[in-house]
Design a protein around this ligand. Sequence first.
Ligand code: GMT
Length: 375
Amino acid sequence: MKIAIVCYPTFGGSGVVATMLGTALAHRGHEIHFVTYKMPVRLELLSQKIFFHEVNIEEYPLFHYQPYDLALSSKLVNVVQEHKIDVLHVHYAIPHAYAGYMAQQMLSDLGISLPMVTTLHGTDITLVGSHPGYKPSVTFSINNSDVVTSVSESLKQDTLDIFDIKKQIDVVPNFIDMSAYKTTFTDCDRSIMAFPEERIITHISNMRPVKRILDVVKIFEIIHKEVPSVLIMVGDGPERAMAEKYARENNLQVSIKWLGNSTEIDRILCFTDLFLLPSEKESFGLAALEAMANRTPVVSSNTGGLPEVNENGVTGFTSDVGAVEEMAQHAIHILKDDEVLDRFKKAAFAKAEQFDINLVIPQYEALYRKALQEK
Ligand code: GMT
């Protein structure tokens, strides 16, 4: 099949999922066309089966806001015609499903039928999409997609609760290529980050308010008093300065390493002993899955789809949002004893295997076929 994929190309779960999906589909022989405003961050390999089409927006002084959805839908029309695309797969409803629908209409005028699969990722539903300024357009775009998927049961339920949805929603979970994790890194050098007696705790996110990174630092503050440890903070975003200030004021800065955005996530996770994800909302928690694939247990909140990934008491622990003390005690329980840590590490890895890419990609392929048949 020739598949056009629309996503956000920056650091963020939905873009990462879309990029991994496109790459895996290309390996299975499909021709993949990414259509977005910048090269996706994890799209390393341009092959004969992967193409990238940049959406350019003409800046014009009259426009207070540049009309990205207009530029995207026009670009889609051109790409679909030029490359004879069979299926359009948009990741993140806003504004991608809306732009995709407009492209479908324009193509239909030209006698071209293009089925659209829309994948809901989380904040497009729970945070941004539910805003009254967007809600009618998001409802419309979901109901007019040919196939709709969500990345967890929890997100499906949220979507049905928040919007008036007439369409069936298929749950296709996020995934990971486990073949990359079967052997541990030979160059996994933890001495670059910590002394031998210290545990390594990691958090990775875009550091937006929803990630509650102040909770991460406060959880670490409690752990650090009982267990010699360092905290690695990966990513960047609006909450970072505030959390760094708290760390400075509470003499934690020597034990916290703020790495900023990184493309070496697996190299960091390979020497991590515990992953913290105390988010306010999390439709799935791809970062938790990446940690688990690297044999790292997770202490997280129990919001959204997180309990579908992080099994309480097995692969780590889940607690109510904001339960900083409880999360810290769970972390201490895991970290204090080598045998306990080892048990959680093994269970985390075993659970990650349930989300292996080879189990999930065929589900998307089947939905593409269904969309094509029904159009
Ligand atoms: O907020 C983020 O983490 C980014 C956001 C995105 O769309 O890029 O992530 C959402 O999609 C990810 C991939 O499906 C999920 O793993 C995240 O849980 C989800 N984030 C939230 O729901 C807050």
